[in-house]
Design a protein around this ligand. Structure first.
Ligand code: ZN
Length: 377
């Protein structure tokens, strides 16, 4: 089927534009479980359970989510905790996982790595191990139903004692090769000593898990360097402030440490004033792989396609640059090689303007006429 070329300038709020970006195959590497809940599901679960919700959760756009101010993170965390409490048992977890897979399929994701700190769910789900088993089972089912590959990143909370992280790391190790692909470190980045989590990360890496801590969003380049050098990060949640240190950028490029960059989250949390300041072109120019992510769509009301649309609009990215970002996300993922090859081939087809099962468009997906040769493998 032919797609008519749009003669108007690109507008990210334009439905056809988002549809085009949704057809770009990609991997989603920065998504938290509760943060992936649909707003409609939030309302339904709250009604079922007779819970009232904080106003900020009902209308996050009107809420002040600036985490850079005093007690800012606490306010954000309070909203997140209220939403998470709605995942009251296995049925709710299975529902949210299934809906995430459906939403990701609609966004063009062929592979999703879901990040979960099991400690916060465990009391309601029968313990830590039962929580991971439930998640893996739910994800396997959702993957079968949607065709979207799903894997789990077990994340520790950096505001808790490092011994807890070591417990989680040992738990994650048990499921290495069985659905758990990485080990993360999340929560308020301004708290906790990164180096204190070195043992937990060594245990995870020794089992073949990818180290994917959050760093370099609320703290500067030193936090990124600590995550790479002390935790052996193979990929980083955020990491955007690495752009302030050219030597660090060179280190990330040399080691192939990709950054999971979440533009609308950075802006919503007050870290950057607008998406034009999210340094995607600078990072790519330095040779650092960038995988766009949505972080918590429930709180930022912005999914994965919207991240591509936002950076496209803010930085006037070409189709080749968008395809390059999608290819980065696939390369930086823990997907099996055959999945990566299939998705990368899809990226090249998108760029060449060829629809799966259809013919070529007249001038590429959005009229730029770029070729598949522009997308590196
Ligand atoms: Zn995150």
């Amino acid at each position: 089927m032919q797609e008519p070329a749009d003669p108007e300038p690109a507008d990210p709020a334009d439905l056809p534009e988002l549809t085009g970006l949704a057809r770009l195959p990609k991997a989603h590497l920065h998504l938290h479980l509760t943060g992936g809940m649909r707003p409609a599901t939030l309302l339904e679960l709250a009604a079922e359970q007779g819970r009232s919700l904080p106003r900020g959760l009902l209308d996050p756009a009107a809420a002040d989510l600036d985490v850079t101010v005093l007690r800012g993170w606490w306010k954000f965390q309070r909203l997140y905790d209220a939403a998470r409490a709605l995942l009251a048992g296995p049925a709710q977890v299975r529902r949210v996982v299934a809906e995430i897979a459906e939403d990701e399929r609609a966004a063009g994701s062929g592979w999703v790595e879901l990040q979960v700190d099991p400690t916060t769910y465990a009391p309601r789900l029968g313990g830590l191990q039962a929580t991971v088993e439930l998640l893996l089972d739910a994800m396997a089912g959702a993957a079968r139903d949607t065709g979207v590959g799903m894997a789990l990143v077990v994340a520790a909370n950096r505001t808790r004692h490092p011994a807890e992280a070591e417990t989680l790391s040992r738990l994650a190790r048990r499921f290495a090769g069985r659905g758990v692909v990485g080990f993360g470190l999340s929560n308020d980045e301004t708290r906790g000593d990164t180096a204190a989590f070195a043992k937990a990360f060594r245990l995870a890496r020794d089992a073949g898990l990818l180290a994917v801590p959050h760093a370099g969003e609320l703290r500067g380049p030193r936090s990124v360097r600590a995550a790479v050098e002390r935790l052996g990060a193979g990929r980083l949640g955020h990491g955007i402030r690495a752009v302030e240190d050219p030597a660090l950028l060179a280190l990330l490029a040399e080691r192939g440490v990709a950054l999971e960059v979440c533009p609308t989250a950075n802006v919503a949390l007050g870290v950057l004033p607008d998406v034009s300041r999210v340094p995607v072109p600078a990072l790519r120019a330095a040779g650092v792989d960038v995988a766009l992510g949505a972080d918590d769509p429930l709180l930022f009301r912005s999914g994965l396609v919207e991240q591509y649309a936002a950076v496209r609009a803010a930085h006037e990215l070409s189709p080749a640059a968008l395809a390059d970002l999608a290819a980065c996300s696939v390369r930086a993922s823990c997907a099996p090689e055959e999945v990566k090859a299939r998705l990368l081939a899809g990226v090249r087809r998108w760029l060449a303007g060829v629809r799966p099962g259809g013919g070529a468009t007249a001038a590429g997906v959005d009229g730029a006429g770029v070729t598949a040769a522009d997308v590196p493998d």
